[in-house]
Design a binder for this molecule. Structure first.
Ligand SMILES: [Zn+2]
Length: 494
């Protein structure tokens, strides 16, 4: 049996000014045809898991197109049109096919198209006709739309956050596709959605966090045989669109009513726990002062400027707070600022000079911070992810300078690169274990670095990934919505 496989993964953010172009995707990798099979090997991608499952089942794999772009503002329309055409036309050209598997993030937005995955899937469905099953895998933060679910027979989302199960999710989606192709099941997928958004920072599936209970409930429903697969999407909340909200979804064997009921039940599990997603947070100044009072190392989580949530990574708010309140503390901090990196490169290692750092792209909330620093190191910041949804993939900060200011080692990077662990610091020769304060611009992966003697403080404030969703000046959200409106009864969107 012939199964076409493709991926096109990107997480959008309406509040972010970043625009992702072809060259940004190309830095991580754009692959076509047989080159995809080699490109996915040794990685923990959803596409890798899907391909391995299909291969192990003896399917003939027809690789079409693969591109993974991380998170940012939106995908530039020209590159979206190009990539979408490669997926759609590539699959159409590969006919006759028995099945299709596509790895998507699910929260992509473009300049024009606000449901890009739905557009791609609807076009693929139109080209291949109604009978060839389509399976897709999605990120936990997908913005799932009725158009996506109408076009795909099988939809499976990540179970975990931090995301450690991309490979398994791809294998699971492909596994259901294989069962459908063998005639063992006739999968149907249904979704339910409420007009509610919840903070990403509180959405972990670890310890006793609210999503842990939601995940356990989903697995229990699967174990009871009520559904083939149950997914929950607390959704990427920084999308300013009327149809964005927490979503429940289920795949059953030919039973639409059961799929509806299970999707509704898992959605209600999230809704009932909505208040528990709020975590305590401090301003940068409060956080630095509190951290200096704490024993051991403290991770400072710059939540409002989370690169993994699509922010520019150029907020200097925490830098200013460290310089003001803990200038002598051994600290590590990374800020995206290609201009400052270029200036350091021109000056050379060992030079001491004035720099203006940060807010190079996003000046809505901050101005650059002026400081005198010594250029300690110049590098390209190249590394390989040691886990997470991009496990095994390579990344590059671009021309990067390590500036020394008092006790602080300040990485000034050229590109906003998804943070996993401390790979980006290590790639620039900065050993964070020696630091009292370490800054991270991600909302969850820092948790993997927590252990006895290592604490964390989350920051709140302005940015394009703010914690306080009720304070955002949304233009397109409909009222009432949680958390702006404290509704006793949820408002269904789908
Ligand atoms: Zn995610």
């Amino acid at each position: 049996m012939r199964v076409a496989v493709a991926s096109f993964e990107y997480e959008g953010n309406s509040l972010s000014l970043r625009v992702e172009r072809r060259e940004d995707f190309a830095r991580i990798g754009i692959f076509e045809g047989q080159a995809i099979l080699q490109a996915v090997e040794g990685k923990g991608l959803a596409l890798t898991g899907g391909i391995h499952a299909l291969r192990d089942a003896g399917m003939q794999i027809v690789p079409i197109f693969a591109a993974k772009g991380g998170a940012g503002g939106h995908v530039e329309d020209g590159f979206f049109a190009e990539a979408a055409a490669r997926v759609i036309e590539g699959i159409a050209a590969a006919l006759p096919l028995d099945g299709v598997y596509i790895a998507l993030h699910g929260a992509m937005i473009c300049g024009e198209e606000k449901d890009p995955e739905g557009a791609i899937l609807a076009a693929v469905r139109a080209r291949i006709g109604p009978r060839i099953p389509i399976a897709i895998s999605l990120d936990l933060h997908a913005h799932v739309t009725p158009r996506m679910v109408a076009a795909a027979d099988i939809v499976v989302g990540y179970e975990t956050y931090p995301h450690v199960d991309a490979y398994r999710t791809g294998a699971c989606a492909a596994g259901l596709l294989i069962r459908a192709l063998r005639g063992e099941i006739s999968p149907v997928t249904r979704m339910r959605k409420y007009n509610a958004i919840v903070p990403v920072l509180g959405g972990a599936t670890l310890d006793c966090a609210p999503m842990t209970h939601v995940a356990a409930h989903a697995r229990a429903m699967e174990a009871e045989g009520r559904a083939l697969s149950v997914s929950y999407f607390p959704v990427q909340p920084w999308l300013d669109m009327a149809d964005v909200g927490i979503t429940g979804l289920a795949v059953t064997d030919a039973d639409q009513d059961a799929a509806d009921a299970v999707a509704q039940e898992i959605l209600d599990q999230m809704w009932q726990r909505r208040r528990e997603f709020e975590l305590p947070a401090m301003t940068p100044a409060e956080a630095v002062q509190a951290a200096m009072e704490m024993e051991g190392q403290v991770l400072l989580v710059d939540a409002p400027d989370s690169i993994g949530g699509g922010a520019s990574g150029d907020s200097p708010a925490l830098l200013a707070a460290i310089l003001a309140h803990a200038p002598k503390a051994e600290a590590a901090l990374c800020i995206v600022d290609p201009h400052a990196a270029a200036r350091a490169s021109e000056l050379g290692v060992g030079a001491e000079a004035e720099f203006a750092v940060g807010a190079w792209q996003d000046q809505r909330w901050f101005k650059p911070v002026s400081l005198t620093a010594r250029v300690e190191r110049l590098c390209e910041g190249s590394f390989t992810y040691r886990g997470g949804p991009a496990s095994g993939a390579k990344a590059r900060l671009g021309p990067t300078a390590v500036l020394r200011v008092g006790g602080l080692r300040l990485l000034v990077a050229s590109h906003a690169v998804y943070e996993h662990l401390d790979e980006h610091y290590a790639a620039c020769g900065v050993d964070i274990t020696a630091c009292k304060l370490v800054s991270f611009k991600n909302l969850m992966n820092y948790q993997k670095l927590l252990r006895p003697g290592v604490g964390f403080i989350a920051l709140h404030g302005p940015g394009s990934t703010p914690l306080r969703l009720q304070d955002v000046a949304w233009e397109n959200r409909r009222r009432p919505f949680w958390p702006r409106d404290d509704m006793a009864v949820p408002m269904p969107i789908v």
